[in-house]
Design a protein around this ligand. Structure first.
Ligand SMILES: [Zn+2]
Length: 189
């Protein structure tokens, strides 16, 4: 999508794709009248009063560690969304409506690695103005060995001094791993 020419300061120019739910929306979903869209945050309808607000979406991850302190990472499939394709990260995904954040961390780890985990402390919360997700990351203890799946084409346990820093999937992957290994609890391992 081409950015329209405008003179707004850069911080007021929303990134295209920041809210896919409002991309190209021009009509009220309730009565189909022309709507007022304040991209990316809200939509309102002057005809029927419909109004909806959009907020960043929570994504949760767990960093599963083996009992010897090594960190289990997975390699994302080659067809995954750029820039994370074919790169290393930890399991995670969107929190579903009707689900708690810790439950989502356990479910995503089960789905992506066929691995049960015991959740530990909160490692951190990661967000940026140009991204629509807020990433919440927990430390975790791996209760077994992960398996490869459609979402994890390779799995490997990395020692802390052997983490693949140059091949990580996302900016938040690197920050969270740095925070996880800097945590005081990490030194007990
Ligand atoms: Zn309406």
């Amino acid at each position: 999508m081409d950015q329209p020419e405008r003179n707004d300061p850069p911080e007021l120019t929303p990134e295209p794709g920041l809210n896919p739910a409002l991309d190209d929306v021009r009509f009220c979903p309730r009565c189909a009248s022309p709507a007022d869209v304040a991209y990316p945050r809200s939509i309102g309808c002057p005809s029927c009063g419909y109004r909806a607000y959009y907020n960043p979406k929570p994504v949760v991850s767990a960093i599963p560690r083996a009992d010897d302190g090594r960190i289990w990472l997975l390699r994302r499939p080659p067809h995954a969304t750029a820039p994370g394709a074919n790169r290393w990260t930890f399991p995670g995904g969107f929190v579903d409506l009707g689900e708690s954040v810790p439950d989502a961390a356990r479910r995503e780890t089960r789905e992506e690695l066929e691995l049960e985990i015991e959740l530990g402390e909160l490692v951190g919360v990661y967000s940026r103005t140009d991204e629509r997700v807020v990433l919440i990351v927990y430390a975790a203890r791996a209760l077994g060995e992960p398996q490869t799946t459609a979402e994890a084409v390779e799995v490997q346990a990395f020692a802390v001094d052997e983490l693949p820093w140059a091949q990580l999937a996302f900016w938040s992957t690197e920050l969270a791993l740095r925070d996880a290994i800097a945590s005081p609890q990490s030194e007990h391992r």
